[in-house]
Each structure stands twice: as structure tokens, then as C-alpha cells.
Design a binder for this molecule. Sequence first.
Ligand code: S6P
Ligand code: ZN
Length: 194
Amino acid sequence: MKANAHLVLENGPIELDYSTGDLKGSQVIKTEKKLGELQGIFHNQSAYDAKDQEEKIYEVQAYFPVENGWEGGLYYGKTRIYPGKVGDEYYMTKGHFHHISNRGEFYWGINGEGILLLMDRDRNTWAEKMHPGSLHYINGHIAHRTINVGNTPLDFGACWPSDAGHDYQEILDNGFSARVFEKKGIPTLVDFKN
Ligand code: S6P
Ligand code: ZN
């Protein structure tokens, strides 16, 4: 009997490399952030200015199977943050709230050692350790930033609703109320609430 065309098994459009979290496929969107694009993010401005602004700090591979803003869909991403510091402050992402604020997100650690910094709308900040196999549920209304506190790249995966969007402005204006610095060789959360 001839196979029904609808029943022919095909590969999906995206493949995952489990060792690195890398996405492969023609629909993968790649973006990167160089140090020069992170103006105002790090605490020590003179240490920031003294560094090579072309240095790549982090990169994101993403799969957006539905149109931006589509209600009910999901997006998938993998971020790599390279190791390094501006002064004593570790390399990190810009961080954001979601534009539709109540939209949550999952993160999970793949490689390296990191910290997930979380902050509510009252500017209370707390943190979770990221490591290979760590799983993090980020509730809606919670700002999130990831920090590489190790000597190797920090790779982590993410999955979030396709209508979540990103609000970067609040963090650009007011930052998080805590930062992570290396103090005597140890990643240390420092209060910046006041
Ligand atoms: C998207 C998700 C991640 C980040 C990525 C870069 O909701 O949280 O894919 O976009 O880790 O961080 P940021 O703060 O520059 O978007
Ligand atoms: Zn997010």
C-alpha cells in the first residue's frame, strides 16, 4: 500500500546539541551583545570605559516558531555568557521585565557556573545558583538577569511565552537593587537598594 503523504515522518526544523545547548537549523536567529552595547549596565564606569568595547559578552540563539506577540505560543532560547569582569563585577545580561508583566519563564543551566538575579516590582532582589542541570521558574512580574561567575562560558536554556515581550527600560533606568562582585575570589551579592 502506498504511504499517505500525511504520515511520512520528517525531521523537525530545529535540532538541539545537548552538550552545548546549541540550536541548529535554518530558522535559528542569532544575536550577540558586545561590551559597547552594555552602556550603563556595569557599576564601575571607568573600568567599563577602559575595556575593549568590541569584546563579545554574550550571545543568544533563539527559535521563534510563531509571530512576535502571538498569544498562546512559546519561544525557545539559549544564551552563552562569556567569562570576565568589568572591575570586580562579573559579565552579565542586561536583564528585563516582560512587557506583558505577568508572563513567566523557565531557565535551566547547561554549562558553567552562574547566578540568576531576580527582582520584584518593589525592588526586592534575590538570587539562585545556576549550574548544569539547575532548573529555574521565573514568575511573572519578576525581572531576571543572569551572571557568569565562573571561568568558563555559562550556557543556559530558556522558554517563554511568545507574547511576553521585553521591558529593558526599567532596568536601564534603575538597575537591580543588588549586584554580584568578586570579593576575595568569591561571588558576593551586594545590596544596592538605597
Ligand atoms: C528572554 C530570555 C532570554 C534573554 C537572554 C539575554 O525572555 O529571558 O533569552 O533574552 O538571556 O538577556 P537579555 O536581558 O539581554 O534579554
Ligand atoms: Zn525573559
